[in-house]
Design a protein around this ligand. Sequence first.
Ligand code: NAD
Length: 427
Amino acid sequence: MAKAVHATSQLEWDTPLYQQARTQLEHALAFAEVPDFVATRLRHPEQAVILTLPVQLDDGAYEMFPAYRVKHSSVLGPTKGGIRYDLAVDLGECAALAMWMTWKCALLRLPYGGAKGGVRCNARELSMAELARITRRFTAELAPFIGPQLDIPAPDMATNEQTMAWMMDTYSMQKGYAVPEIVTGKPVSLGGSLFRHEATGAGVVMVIERACERLGWDLAAQRCVVQGFGNVGGIAASELFAKGASVIGVSDISGGVYASDGLDVPALHAYVTEHGSLEGLETGVTRITNEELLELECDVLAVAAREDQITGANAGNLRCRLLAEGANGPTTIDGDRILAERGIPVLPDILTNAGGVTVSYFEWVQDLGRLFWDRDEIRRRLSEKMADAFDRVWDVAQERGIRLRDAALVAAIREVSAALEARGIYP
Ligand code: NAD
């Protein structure tokens, strides 16, 4: 009988979202055929940093902002993952997202492990000056835990190129010299990569297009719906539009817009640039709720807003033929089970939205080499990487008779396992 020397249940990050990531892992482990010690290591994050950031608001008052950074695995290299600003940020969310980053990097064969971090705040209500102070304080406190060979942050929900510029500057000021390779998703003027801004959304559409080819569909003939009109969803909608697909519905936090014969996506972008969101847009569209948007009859539904959107409550009502996960963790375990029962294929997040981290990797490589590539070269390299990963996932799914999500996880876990088996567990 095993000795009772440990207790690894009910750990601090064990929230519903982390359990979702764990349940997916356990499911895939049944097919991955990896040694027990590998599974034992990968069930838990390696490191978690919890901070409270005292930051002065514009009215002079000080407020405390909880902040986190979680590293799931450093087996394949430095850890990599976004920083999000959102009221739902907690340790469990960061741990789940960090685990997904490990699988994503491994699946794309990038020399990274997974991390994720964030600040619990309402970015929409904070001024630029307040956001700058939060970001600089966060970076200064994170400085011992991040580094170009240690952990490399990137943007995520409600963070952007400007956030990365503040992070790069704060870190560089402490070092005494410019360290562009400390973050990715920076402005091009600071060593950011061309095409990084478009990479995740463009990658989503590269995966949808390849899936359509395998399914014998012509992308240009598909009716598509996109939830989320930010970095991922906004670009994905533009790419679908540019490829001739009909984008019949999009939404953001303010609700959705619908046009049965296709929306004018460039006009939507112009509106959002002027007004900050889709709120108030009425001309040439029918206003719908986010719930209605998800249940529109369409060929391809791309969910690119946030986690937990397709659940046990609405998965039975979806009327798409293919679901593409642009966001991280948009489908709950219950939602996933119902989609499987209904035979709706799901292009899983760790494959579908991996374009961002892939071009982040290109950015880091360019920064380290101080040698920059042009846009066409980056797009070509991204397309090759996405196609290679897609084909490996598709082949595993066919060979093993398993769903694409399980196939993607199996392929990813095996990459990490091969490295961990070779390295062994120290000491
Ligand atoms: P973003 O902040 O740029 O955009 C998010 C969009 O979703 C906004 O339009 C927002 O209004 C909308 N939204 C938020 N809550 C919503 C809701 N309940 N219903 C409908 N719309 C809602 O963020 P992003 O960078 O586009 O990230 C979106 C998702 O993609 C997140 O899950 C993120 O983790 C994931 N992701 C992002 C990247 C990247 O490179 N930006 C890479 C991989 C994965």
